[in-house]
Write a protein that binds this ligand. Structure first.
Ligand SMILES: *[C@@H]1O[C@H](CO)[C@@H](O)[C@H](O)[C@H]1NC(C)=O
Length: 277
């Protein structure tokens, strides 16, 4: 079984990113999706996506600790910690992989990581200043790392660039709240040695995962008083579309604030209600 750990938080891109990832994971046999949700209560929007996959899943509420509110605190740490704690309590066999919701994954990656004995590593595309972050492999063993940010790290790798066998997930496993050092300190906490690392993807020559990163979309506020549509059944489809857009976090709909919207008909723009008459 592969335990695919995905931290997530609400933003306009959340639903499309998780939908894309869900539709990749649905092609993978023996996978258990752990979504660590950044909300104090697990979000219904996320739960709906999980349910529709028909995959075994665990949905964990793992908001950032109060202590770190408003600080430049690395996203995803409390989430991955919660997922690791859940795995340590409930699972003894299988493979742990940290796959964010803004990654693109080739299905071949799953065949590769499934045979991880301790810790396997492989290249990740679209990282930093070299276009890739990867172990450098010599005679079938990891001899060094190619990553544009050394950051005095023992294991300068991306979160998506390694997989861990649960047998190797020691009780000492921990991930610090230090931006840029989460991967390295986690691997060091496992007491990983260079000679333990299993290079995958044809001795780290192929790229099977990318840190795609969807362009950030600034959530707009649209000024519409939904009450004006009350008792107007002919506008219900439109009202429901607006409610769905708001529910999925892609826009705020407010009655007295935001961009004034128009309806277009015959190449003319009309204020919402009159455009629909
Ligand atoms: C990786 O390199 C080693 C040593 O050169 C070789 O024996 C092995 O077959 C290679 N593995 C793959 C999958 O290409």
């Amino acid at each position: 079984m592969i335990y695919y750990v995905t931290p997530t938080y609400p933003r306009p891109e959340q639903v499309p990113e998780l939908t894309r990832l869900a539709h990749t994971l649905m092609h993978v046999p023996r996978i258990h999706w752990i979504i660590a949700d950044d909300q104090p209560l697990c979000s219904d929007v996320v739960l709906n996506i999980l349910r529709r996959t028909n995959l075994p899943f665990t949905h964990i509420s793992s908001p950032k600790p109060f202590l770190y509110k408003g600080t430049n605190f690395p996203r995803g740490v409390s989430n991955r910690r919660a997922a690791v704690a859940w795995l340590q309590e409930n699972v003894s066999d299988g493979i742990l992989y940290f796959g964010d919701d803004d990654n693109t994954v080739d299905l071949e990656l799953f065949d590769e990581i499934r045979n991880t004995k301790k810790v396997s590593m492989f290249p990740v595309g679209l990282i930093g200043g070299y276009g890739v972050s990867s172990p450098v492999v010599k005679n079938g063993k990891v001899a060094g790392f190619f990553d544009s940010w050394p950051g005095s790290r023992t294991f300068p790798v991306d979160m998506a660039g390694f997989a861990v066998n649960m047998k190797f997930l020691k009780p000492s496993a921990s991930m610090p709240y230090i931006a840029g050092h989460e991967e390295d300190k986690f691997l060091v906490s496992l007491d990983l040695k260079m000679e333990d690392i299993e290079p995958l993807a044809d001795n780290c020559t192929k790229i099977l995962v990318w840190h795609t990163k969807t362009a950030k979309y600034k959530k707009p506020t649209v000024k519409i008083n939904l009450k004006q549509f009350d008792g107007e059944p002919k506008f219900q489809n439109f009202v429901n579309l607006l409610k769905e857009t708001s529910r999925l976090g892609m826009a705020s709909i407010e009655s007295n604030n935001g961009t004034k919207p128009y309806i277009i008909r015959d190449r003319k723009s009309y204020e919402t209600l009159t455009g629909l008459q």
